[in-house]
Design a protein around this ligand. Structure first.
Ligand code: ATP
Ligand code: MG
Length: 406
């Protein structure tokens, strides 16, 4: 039995990046032998084992053959006669199909090293089309490494899209890959890669339809809503590591994609449409509740961040309440970061001062510390306590905002 390091760990090592998890392939062994050596079986659909000490993944070399559409339509063959080269042939991209033996020697039958040098994402074999997840994977590698997709691979993906192969994607998997894409430094590259291969309309139609929709040039020099949202997303990634913030940035203007044509380039009331589209997208992808709920609040209130100095104190308080910010102050922090990304996601605005941020924060710290105690001590009871607290909060917000009016 021989073991080789494969996949992401070899690729990342060649790129000089830190290695997250090591994946191994085992040639010439059987499940019985692996178990006898103390490995733990974990794979459901194919034989994968955990090393007894390192707990790293060891997969038996295998071939796969597509027999029916969808996920389950694979026949897996993992016998001791499967060679390393055969196993490498079933992998998605040349840069992911390099193996390394115990002596550090690289086995690279598909010239993955050359593609790493050229920063190119290229499919290993025509079998690439058999699994639609690969379309998402390639787009997120485009974002993570800032690589381009080889022309022949682009064509292959366009064929997959035309053949409706992407309809077989399972929502959990789309969300998983989206999270990984959102983790990259420039998540817009993920969506641009999908758009470039015609896949965006199949996977994220609500984002695809933003492209070509105009906005008022005075406020949006970029004009195109799709470009704006991509810029906001990248600004969000620069401002925060939180997926919550990045996802909210992605969704905040979805409503602009369904603005009636006769009112363009205005988008009055787009916030309500953003809420509906964000809810539908979140439901479809089964987005975790917390992430979803912040995105909904950002969809509803993002315009208020820009208009802060025109808001009534009661409206400002309403935003804190809607965010449940008194119990969960980080929600306000995330909301504000998404709002800042929205402001900066326009050409020329990237580094402009945004006084609304500090003013908003000041309002929040001023009201955050207000408790029920003084009102209880005064002898108030029942709903009167909450009412008095609200009135006091509104007064305090008013005082903070007054200091900004000169
Ligand atoms: P990451 O750095 O995100 O983990 P990765 O390439 O290591 O990326 P894994 O899911 O860990 O991704 O898979 C390990 C390897 O298995 C890949 O490098 C690739 O060779 C192969 N692989 C994973 N998923 C697929 C797929 N859907 N189709 C073909 N090969 C795949
Ligand atoms: Mg990996």
């Amino acid at each position: 039995m021989e073991t080789y390091l494969v996949g992401g760990s070899v690729r990342d090592q060649l790129l000089g990046l830190p290695i997250k998890d090591k994946d191994w392939v085992v040639v010439g062994s059987t499940p019985e032998e692996m178990l006898a050596q103390g490995y733990q079986a974990v794979g459901k659909d194919f034989p994968v084992f955990l090393h007894p000490e390192t707990h790293e993944e060891y997969a038996l070399a295998r071939t796969e053959r597509k027999t029916a559409p969808g996920y389950k339509g694979f026949v897996v063959h993992a016998e001791p006669d499967v060679s390393l080269e055969q196993d490498l042939l079933r992998r998605d991209l040349t840069i992911n199909a390099i193996a390394q033996d115990e002596n550090g020697h690289l086995i690279d039958p598909h010239n993955g090293q050359q593609d790493l040098k050229d920063k190119v994402l290229r499919h290993v074999s025509p079998a690439f089309t058999e699994d639609p997840v690969r379309v998402l994977r390639i787009a997120r590698f485009a974002a993570r490494f800032n690589f381009t997709i080889a022309d022949e691979t682009k064509q292959l993906i366009q064929q997959m899209v035309a053949a409706k192969e992407l309809d077989h994607l399972v929502s959990e998997r789309v969300w998983q890959e989206l999270v990984k894409a959102l983790e990259s430094e420039q998540p817009s590259l993920f969506f641009m890669a999908l758009r470039d291969t015609n896949a965006l309309a199949s996977i994220f139609p609500e984002i695809d339809q933003l492209f070509g929709v105009p906005q008022v040039p005075k406020w949006h020099p970029e004009i195109d809503t799709g470009i704006h949202v991509m810029m906001v997303l990248d600004q969000a990634a620069e401002l925060s590591k939180e997926i919550t913030v990045r996802f909210a940035a992605l969704c905040h203007d979805l409503g602009k994609g369904t603005t009636p044509k006769d009112v363009l380039p205005q988008h009055i009331g787009h916030e309500a449409r953003s809420i509906d589209l964000t809810a539908a997208l979140s439901q479809r992808l089964r987005v975790p509740k917390d992430i979803q709920s912040l995105a909904l609040k950002v969809a509803e209130y993002h315009t208020h961040v820009h208009l802060l100095f025109e808001l009534r104190p009661a409206t400002i308080l309403k935003i804190f309440e809607a965010l449940d910010a008194f119990r969960r102050p980080e929600r306000f922090e995330h909301f504000l970061l998404a709002g800042e990304a929205d402001f900066r996601g326009r050409p020329g605005y990237e580094h402009l001062p945004m006084p609304e941020i500090n003013a908003f924060k000041q309002c929040f710290s001023a009201v955050q510390t207000i408790t029920a105690k003084p009102f209880v001590d005064e002898g108030l009871q029942g709903p009167a306590i909450a009412e008095a607290m609200r009135a006091h909060r509104i007064k305090v917000i008013n005082d903070v905002m007054k200091a900004y009016q000169h």
